[in-house]
Ligand binder design. Structure first.
Ligand SMILES: Nc1ncnc2c1ncn2[C@@H]1O[C@H](COP(=O)(O)OP(=O)(O)OP(=O)(O)O)[C@@H](O)[C@H]1O
Length: 117
């Protein structure tokens, strides 16, 4: 099968992001967190290195959410009925997002207070 042109791959990826935005509440909240962080970065004049760290962490949380959702969807196709093993896979996958989100909160606590206090 021929590979689709580059612009089609980009369109497919954008369709995935739009789907996440329309259907996944956690993704919406994490995107809101990214927007709030961008506003804080601009208002507080955070250094470029700190801004890069904050934005990359927010983007990483969003990516983890996307992968978590993909894993959940695959699980639901492979095993639609209740299965303890599927429960564990979904819990582990969600745990990865939680871990990154907690790391992002810690980074925010380390960076922002010195600009406000
Ligand atoms: N088929 C299943 N068998 C066993 N437990 C399941 C199954 N489906 C879901 N669960 C349990 O319910 C939880 C929520 O699963 P669900 O697929 O509803 O994800 P979600 O509510 O979209 O989660 P998230 O907030 O991570 O996006 C899982 O973490 C798991 O503990």
């Amino acid at each position: 099968m021929r590979k689709p042109p580059f612009y089609k791959s980009v369109l497919n990826s954008l369709r995935g992001l739009v789907w996440m935005l329309k259907n996944e509440r956690n993704f919406q909240l994490e995107l809101l967190a990214l927007i709030i962080n961008i506003i804080l970065i601009l208002i507080l004049q955070v250094t470029a290195a700190e801004a890069a760290l904050i934005i990359m962490l927010c983007a990483t949380v969003l990516c983890a959410e996307i992968l978590n959702t993909a894993i959940e969807k695959i699980c639901d196709i492979v095993k639609p009925d209740y299965d303890v093993r599927i429960g564990i896979i979904k819990d582990i996958s969600a745990g990865a997002v939680l871990l990154l989100a907690m790391g992002a909160v810690v980074v925010g606590i380390l960076i922002y207070p010195k600009y406000v206090l």
